[in-house]
Design a protein around this ligand. Structure first.
Ligand SMILES: [Zn+2]
Length: 92
């Protein structure tokens, strides 16, 4: 069994990251720092079988996002993303 056998779809990010960002991260668009692939985070491969959550690029397997939670806090590592474009309401 390889690590890629354990991965699930990017929808698994919703339960882990949405309450940190308070947005639907699955429809956020990210750009991979390694291969330059740009796409919705729902397409990421998510590994949540450990204390933290890891999302990997579906193109090159680069780690895009890491999230670790502790009591009353969370650590979010986005260094695998050049950017994360988040949906927000239009300013009024
Ligand atoms: Zn990539």
């Amino acid at each position: 069994m390889t690590s890629s056998d354990l991965g699930t779809g990017g929808n698994a990010l919703a339960g882990h990251v949405d309450d940190v960002f308070r947005v639907d991260v699955t429809i956020a668009v990210g750009r991979c720092t390694q291969c330059g692939r740009t796409g919705p985070m729902v397409q990421a491969r998510v590994f949540d079988h450990a204390p933290g959550v890891v999302a990997r690029c579906p193109g090159c397997d680069q780690v895009l996002l890491r999230l670790v939670r502790g009591p009353g806090r969370a650590w979010l590592d986005l260094r695998g993303l050049t950017y994360l474009q988040l949906p927000v309401p239009d300013a009024t």
